[in-house]
Design a binder for this molecule. Structure first.
Ligand SMILES: Cc1cc2nc3c(=O)[nH]c(=O)nc-3n(C[C@H](O)[C@H](O)[C@H](O)COP(=O)(O)O)c2cc1C
Length: 191
């Protein structure tokens, strides 16, 4: 599959078959992530792969976090639906920025700029994962609803650095239509 085809045919997948992902496929997707560009080649990404029996624990923690968020903030966005997707997917990869700043603390301008650079780098790694998955016939979902269980998941995963997202992976059990996009002309200004 060429790059443009992978970009155009990729969809966010929210229904997965229960078939496991072979290890070599997962390794290829992770290798693609690490081949992303990064500011100063810092490669500010770390991955934790959750699969098999650990998924049930992950879901439990995610749902505890969502319940807590609901109590505290009175809402939990689409996180319950995302948790349901994570429950179906055979693999969820949590993606961290080890040099990242804590989202709830104040920071200096330099720290904020470094963080912007590092988060972009991690975003590039995540997009590489999604496109590699697509090229390998694997469905994916980029998930930031894990933020509703931010502290709970960090603690469970034994991490103290910045969590950027999670990516659920598996064989798709749906074929969603392409979601609409703003035309290039609307989002681009030519000078
Ligand atoms: C940074 C980011 C965070 C996202 N978080 C979630 C999420 O938590 N739950 C979810 O169902 N989809 C999530 N998505 C998927 C978007 O909803 C999806 O990319 C968008 O609707 C366009 O659809 P498409 O990916 O099929 O083209 C996220 C996507 C990005 C890039």
């Amino acid at each position: 599959m060429d790059t443009f085809e992978a970009i155009a045919s990729r969809r966010s997948i929210r229904k997965f078959k229960s078939d496991p992902l072979p290890d070599e496929i997962l390794q290829k997707i992770l290798l693609a992530a690490t081949q992303a560009p990064s500011g100063k080649n810092r490669q500010p990404w770390r991955f934790i792969v959750v699969q098999g029996e650990k998924r049930a624990e992950m879901l439990n923690i995610m749902r505890q976090g969502i319940a807590h968020a609901k109590e505290q903030r009175g809402e939990s966005g689409s996180s319950e639906w995302s948790a349901y997707v994570m429950e179906q997917a055979p693999v969820t990869v949590f993606v961290f920025n080890p040099d990242g700043i804590h989202p709830w603390l104040a920071h200096s301008i330099d720290q904020n700029f470094d963080d912007l650079v590092n988060v972009q780098s991690v975003g590039a790694a995540i997009q590489n994962m999604l496109l590699a998955a697509q090229a390998l016939g694997v469905g994916s979902l980029w998930i930031c609803d894990v933020f509703y269980a931010y502290e709970e998941l960090l603690h469970w995963l034994g991490e103290s650095c910045q969590m950027v997202a999670a990516v659920s992976l598996g064989y798709a059990d749906e074929k969603p239509d392409a979601r609409s996009r703003k035309p290039v002309s609307e989002v681009t200004r030519w000078i």
